[in-house]
Ligand binder design. Structure first.
Ligand SMILES: C[S@@+](CC[C@H](N)C(=O)[O-])C[C@H]1O[C@@H](n2cnc3c(N)ncnc32)[C@H](O)[C@@H]1O
Length: 273
């Protein structure tokens, strides 16, 4: 089998927490198909003492324990030399917020090492061993394993071949810059609520336009700040004006002007003699 497209080496005190994510569903299948590979590495192996203790009390006092930098150093040094990671990510609520753009960038790498913290996190000097810090949101969890699972799910699915229909992630929320449009399936009517008529008609151009307009509507209602970073078309501008957006707001998002209505040619009246 050829080398995997992307390998994740996850360094954690609880490797078994991540096992189901690497063995089940599409991530598991991607491993069986040789597209992705996962190494779940127990940091305690690198404790360097017979009690397998990886943490110590913080200098300066205070509550909690801190994971030692020398433990992390030994664990990273033990990764196979020929397969050196091109990214070493430390998961921390204090890092820049993970998003779809970062997921897209990370999906182009060959080998990503991920450091999952516990307790009060890592000794600050661990920063010298990493390429970036990432947070998955403005909240604090007990450990980095759930954050690592988010990373696996978000990055893994962008590696070509991992999910069947490449088109399906081009239309996802954030990939186009907008939130995804609403989707419907059978039954066509449920508790008095019918599926929008246009989706049943088979007019592909009309369906595409409806979907784009719904994506614009949803984004405007839920996450208007995303519109400033989206490449909008003149048709989008027309749809946004109809949704109540002002010309000033459009200009603020660098949206192009809406298409000009076609001028109707006025027939000249025959001259009177
Ligand atoms: C209890 S937290 C440590 C929190 C740290 N004292 C702080 O306030 O920044 C333990 C570990 O959970 C992980 N973690 C918690 N919340 C996270 C988040 N929002 N994003 C990424 N990792 C997180 C990190 O790996 C962290 O080292």
């Amino acid at each position: 089998m050829s080398a995997p497209e992307l390998t994740f080496s996850i360094l954690t005190l609880f490797p078994e927490l991540l096992r189901p994510f690497t063995e089940e569903a599409l991530l598991g299948k991607a491993q069986e198909r040789g597209l992705l590979a996962y190494r779940l590495i127990d940091l305690r192996q690198y404790a360097g003492n017979k009690h397998r203790k990886v943490d110590d009390t913080p200098y300066g006092g205070g509550a909690g324990m801190v994971i030692r930098v020398d433990v992390v150093e030994r664990a990273l040094a033990d990764l196979p030399l020929e397969d050196h990671p091109d990214e070493v990510i430390l998961l921390s609520p204090a890092g820049p917020r993970f998003d779809q753009r970062m997921a897209e960038e990370l999906a182009t790498k060959r080998h990503i090492a991920v450091l999952c913290g516990r307790y009060e996190g890592f000794d600050a000097r661990t920063e010298r061993l990493i390429t970036r810090e990432l947070s998955i949101g403005d909240f604090v969890m007990m450990g980095g394993e759930a954050a690592a699972a988010c990373l696996l799910e978000a990055v893994g699915r962008l590696v070509p071949g991992v999910i069947g229909d490449e088109e399906s992630h081009r239309q996802d929320s954030f990939s186009s810059g907008l939130l995804d449009y609403p989707e419907y399936t059978r039954p066509a009517e449920w508790q008095g609520e019918a599926v929008p008529e246009v989706l049943l008609g088979g007019n592909h151009a009309a369906i595409e336009r409806w979907r784009r307009n719904e994506a614009l509507r949803r984004t405007l209602e839920r996450r208007p700040e995303l519109l400033a970073a989206t490449e909008l078309t003149p048709q989008d501008s027309a749809a946004l004006l109809e949704l109540g957006v002002s010309a000033e707001q459009l200009a603020g998002w660098n949206a192009p002007p809406p298409p000009q209505p076609k001028k109707r040619r006025v027939k000249k009246a025959p001259e009177q003699t």
